[in-house]
Write a protein that binds this ligand. Structure first.
Ligand SMILES: NC(=O)c1ccc[n+]([C@@H]2O[C@H](COP(=O)([O-])OP(=O)(O)OC[C@H]3O[C@@H](n4cnc5c(N)ncnc54)[C@H](O)[C@@H]3O)[C@@H](O)[C@H]2O)c1
Length: 374
């Protein structure tokens, strides 16, 4: 285990805990590409489901396979523990890994309770390992470009904002519909991360949340849904600025912008989803017109957080995805659900250092013909 802050030239050794849907599809692609580039090796895979473990073990034949995550977090041949399990296990596994001095990459949310998350924040300060928490939406070039425009004042002070992300809901993983699951932790987390990434920490939250579809078929079985699957929340950023987030396992499809920012001098709309942006549109009061900006990185993968962590370990730099931001996002989500249950707004107590944007302004974009192979 190398101390953070030191350069590391050897491939970073990764132990993956949780080999379900998200590993099998999206993370497999980025991990294979990083291994191909000599950035990483997968030294351990872990799942307590025999079939999932066997499949991962076949995919990474050089890796040790184990059903016991304690073996991975304590292993001498693991630098980074990647936590890709069901959400209620994120906190406990990440805590043990940090206690062993490992770097941790954890899927969202970082934990499902504020107490667990506070422990992780404290440990990450004391231990040598970095703690990087998904989602990585703040790393997308489109997110950074919009952030740069906000900070340069292209739409003036932001007065109002909206985010939305939803779909019909997973047909696998019963835990998605039990305590610690639900669409706010699973989907709304992206919008809350984006909005606070641009606008900084929020001060208050209020919400309504209901269970719109009480029975579902998951993994081939009929189940009773135990969480709110339909959530609408309002964030107060202070100074009169408000934002809403609409999320749920209640939305078949949409063609509206993922995020809308309304300023005193103009409007910015991110197209697509914040985890898969498709460019953005800008209304300027000064110009009296809309401008449409193609996405400069249409192949940017939302799994980029693990690459960011590995690059930071190798360069000795501190990741830009601060765990305090993820903690603030978790507080918003936890307090939003409390607010919905109690029928009153909640004051937020956590905070984080607002992001700074130095994305280059656009130049000769017209000279790029093949955007998918740059
Ligand atoms: N599926 C996606 O497309 C997707 C996308 C983005 C993020 N995520 C996030 O990734 C995480 C996993 O989601 P998923 O859809 O892959 O879920 P999943 O249920 O398909 O996979 C979770 C895996 O964790 C394993 N697991 C559970 N308890 C374990 C334990 N004690 N020890 C070892 N393994 C254990 C399960 O057996 C399962 O294989 C969640 O946090 C989710 O929010 C998923």
């Amino acid at each position: 285990m190398k101390e953070s802050g030191q350069r590391m030239d050897d491939p970073v050794r990764i132990g993956v805990v949780g080999c379900g849907s998200v590993l099998r599809r999206p993370y497999m692609n980025i991990l294979r590409s990083m291994a191909h580039d000599g950035l990483i090796e997968i030294t351990a895979v872990c799942d307590n489901d025999e079939d999932k473990l066997r499949a991962a073990s076949e995919a990474w034949s050089a890796a040790r396979a184990t059903p016991d995550y304690h073996e991975v977090v304590g292993s001498d041949d693991v630098d980074v523990v990647m936590v890709l399990t069901s959400m209620p296990l994120h906190g406990p596994i990440s805590r043990e890994a940090l206690e062993h001095g490992k770097h941790v990459f954890v899927e969202k949310p970082m934990a499902t309770t504020l107490e667990e998350a506070a422990e992780l924040i404290e440990l990450a300060k004391r231990q040598p390992g970095h703690l990087v928490c998904a989602p990585a939406v703040t790393l997308s070039p489109t997110f950074e470009e919009i952030g740069g425009r906000i900070q340069r004042g292209d739409i003036g002070p932001v007065l109002a904002a909206r985010g939305r992300y939803g779909w019909a809901g997973p047909t696998w993983g019963k835990w998605y519909y039990q305590t610690g699951g639900g669409p706010l932790f699973d989907l709304g987390v992206y919008n809350v991360t984006s909005l606070t990434g641009w606008l900084g920490p929020a001060q208050r939250v209020t919400a309504m949340a209901e269970t719109a579809v009480p029975e579902r078929v998951v993994d081939g079985e009929s189940i009773t849904v135990k969480v709110e699957d339909n959530v609408h929340l309002v964030l107060d950023f202070g100074g009169g600025t408000l934002a809403t987030v609409t999320t749920g396992f209640t939305m078949p499809k949409y063609r509206s912008p993922a995020l809308e920012l309304y300023g005193a001098d103009g409007t910015l709309q991110m197209l697509g989803d914040d985890w898969a942006p498709q460019g953005y549109e800008l209304w300027s009061n000064r110009l009296g017109s809309w401008q449409v900006f193609d996405d400069t990185a249409p192949n940017w993968p939302w799994t980029s957080g693990i690459r960011h962590l590995v690059e930071c370990i190798q360069s000795g730099e501190t990741p830009t995805m601060a765990p305090e931001h993820a903690y603030h996002v978790l507080e918003i989500m936890v307090r939003a659900l409390e607010s919905a249950r109690e029928g009153k707004a909640k004051t937020l107590t956590t905070t984080f250092e607002p992001l700074q944007f130095d994305a280059p302004q656009r130049g000769a974009e017209h000279l790029v013909h093949d955007r998918s192979h740059r």
